[in-house]
Design a protein around this ligand. Structure first.
Ligand code: NAD
Ligand code: MG
Length: 406
C-alpha cells in the first residue's frame, strides 16, 4: 500500500478518474453512486455490475454513460440487453462478464459484490494494477494470502473501504509500521449486544436484520448480529496490514463513531471518527490521496457518550471461531467463510435458527478437519475448489444442526 500524503500538504487537485463499480445496485454500490453523482465532473464510469436486477443496473449505466454493464445471473441477460438497446452500452452476463467488467480500463474499481463470488472479478481488477477500493471482505477471508500476493505483484493499490479498516489505514499514517503495538477494530455489538444467550437463540430474521446504527445488505447485517462480521474483519485486517493475530483487538463500541484505532509503542492511540455512514470511507477511497465532500458533519456535541467494552465470545461464538480459524490458518478461513455464507442464507430462508449459524460453521470446520481437507490452497483455483467443497459439506450438515436445535 502506498504512503499517505505528507502532514500539512496542501490539498491536491482531484484528477479526473475512470471508475467501475462491481455490485453497483447494492448498499455499498448505491453509496458509491451517490458520491459519483455529487462529484460528477471528476469521474467517468466505465463499467457497472449487479447480481440480477437488470432494470436498476441499466438505469445506472444510462445515467452515467457507462460503456459496459453486466449481470451475474444469465437469465437476466435478455432484460439487460433490451433495456440498453440503442444506447451503445454493451451488455454482458455470467461470471466471465463480471471479470470482463473488472478488466476494462478503469483507474479505480469498487469491489462491492457480496460474498466469495467477488473473488474472481476483484482479483481481475487487482491483476491489471488498478486501484481497488475493497469493500468485500469475504474474498480476503477465502483467499487472503493469494489475493494480497497477486495484487502486490501486479502493482495494484488496495484501499480498504470497510469502515474499521479504512479507519486503521488512516490512523496508520501517524507513525511507522514497526512502531505499532496494536490495531483495534471497533464493533457496534449489533442488535443482540445486550441480549441473553437464551433470547439470542430465539431471535427472528426480522430482529437480526434490524441493525442499530448501519444500513447494509442482508448478509453483512446478519454477520453483524452474530459478530461473525468482526471475526471476518480480524482476518481481513491480518491480510491488509500484515498484522499478526495477537496484534489485532476488538472493542465493542455501541455508538459506532470511533471506527478503528492504532496504538503505537509510545502509548499514543490514533483513531478515526466519523458518522456511521459508509459514504465517509468510500469518499476517502474515491478521492485518495486527496478528499471530496462525503457525508454530513459528525456532531460530537450532540452525543451523550462514547463507550467501549470487551466482546463476549460466549454469547457470540462466531468471533471465537473466526479467531481460531485465523490461528489454524491454511484452508480454515476459506471453510469458515463458505460455511458462514451457507448458514446465513439458510437463516434468511428460515431453515435454521440464529444460533445455528455459528453451530453450522463450527460443525463444518470440524468435519473438514476430520476429512483432512484443510490444506493451504496453493492457488486461487484451489481456494475456490475448497470453498465449493465446504459449501456442500455445510449443506450436508445443515439438517442435523437444524434438528438438534428443536
Ligand atoms: P448488498 O447485498 O447490498 O449488495 C451486493 C451487490 O452485489 C449487489 O449489487 C448485488 O446485486 C451483487 N451481487 C450479489 N450476489 C452476487 C453474485 N453472486 N455475483 C455477482 N454479484 C452479486 O451488499 P452490501 O451490503 O453492499 O455489501 C457488499 C460487500 O461490502 C460485502 O462483502 C460486505 O461485507 C462489504 N461491506 C459492506 C458494508 C455496508 O455497509 N453495506 C460495510 C462494510 C463492508
Ligand atoms: Mg466493517
Amino acid at each position: 500500500m502506498s504512503a499517505v500524503p505528507l502532514v500539512g500538504a496542501r490539498a491536491s487537485r482531484l484528477q479526473e478518474r475512470t471508475v467501475s463499480v462491481l455490485g453497483a445496485t447494492g448498499s455499498i454500490g448505491s453509496s458509491t453512486v451517490d458520491l459519483l453523482r455529487r462529484n460528477r465532473a471528476h469521474y467517468r464510469v466505465e463499467a457497472v455490475t449487479a447480481g440480477r436486477n437488470a432494470a436498476a443496473l441499466a438505469a445506472l449505466a444510462k445515467e452515467f454513460g457507462a460503456r459496459f454493464a453486466a449481470v451475474a445471473d444469465e437469465s437476466a441477460y435478455g432484460a439487460l440487453k433490451d433495456a440498453l438497446a440503442g444506447t451503445g452500452i454493451a451488455a454482458g452476463a455470467g461470471k466471465a462478464a463480471l471479470v470482463e467488467a473488472a478488466q476494462r480500463p478503469a483507474d479505480w474499481v469498487m469491489a462491492a459484490i457480496t460474498g466469495a463470488a467477488s473473488l474472481e472479478p476483484t482479483l481481475a481488477a487487482a491483476e491489471r494494477g488498478a486501484v481497488v477500493a475493497l469493500a468485500n471482505k469475504e474474498c480476503l477471508v477465502c483467499a487472503g494470502p493469494l489475493f494480497m500476493k497477486r495484487a502486490a505483484a501486479a502493482g495494484a493499490t488496495v484501499l480498504p473501504v470497510d469502515s474499521e479498516h479504512n479507519a486503521v489505514f488512516q490512523s496508520l499514517g501517524a507513525g511507522e509500521r514497526g512502531c505499532v503495538r496494536r490495531i483495534i477494530l471497533t464493533a457496534s455489538g449489533g442488535p443482540f449486544r445486550s441480549w441473553s444467550l437464551d433470547a439470542i437463540r430465539k431471535a427472528t430474521v426480522e430482529q437480526a436484520l434490524k441493525h442499530p446504527n448501519w444500513s447494509m445488505g442482508a448478509k453483512i447485517t446478519i454477520d453483524s448480529a452474530s459478530m461473525m462480521n468482526k471475526g471476518l474483519e480480524i482476518i481481513e485486517a491480518h491480510h491488509l496490514f500484515e498484522a499478526p493475530p495477537d496484534e489485532i483487538d476488538v472493542l465493542v463500541h455501541p455508538q459506532s463513531i470511533v471506527h478503528g484505532m492504532v496504538e503505537f509503542k509510545d502509548g499514543s492511540v490514533v483513531a478515526q471518527l466519523g458518522p456511521p455512514d459508509m459514504r465517509v470511507p468510500i469518499a476517502h477511497c474515491l478521492a485518495w490521496p486527496t478528499r471530496i465532500e462525503g457525508a454530513n458533519r459528525l456532531r460530537l456535541d450532540q452525543l451523550a457518550n462514547l463507550t467501549f467494552e470487551e466482546p463476549d465470545e460466549t454469547r457470540f461464538p462466531a468471533l471465537r471461531l473466526a479467531k481460531a480459524a485465523l490461528r489454524t490458518g491454511a484452508g480454515a478461513p476459506t471453510v469458515l467463510n463458505a460455511a458462514n455464507e451457507v448458514a446465513v442464507a439458510a437463516f434468511l430462508e428460515r431453515r435454521v435458527g440464529f444460533t445455528d449459524i455459528a453451530a453450522l460453521v463450527e460443525a463444518t470446520l470440524d468435519a473438514a478437519s476430520a476429512r483432512g481437507i484443510l490444506a493451504d490452497p496453493a492457488d486461487v483455483a484451489a481456494a475456490l475448489a475448497l470453498d465449493r467443497t465446504a459449501r456442500s459439506l455445510a449443506r450436508e450438515l445443515l439438517p442435523e444442526i437444524a434438528a438438534k436445535a428443536i
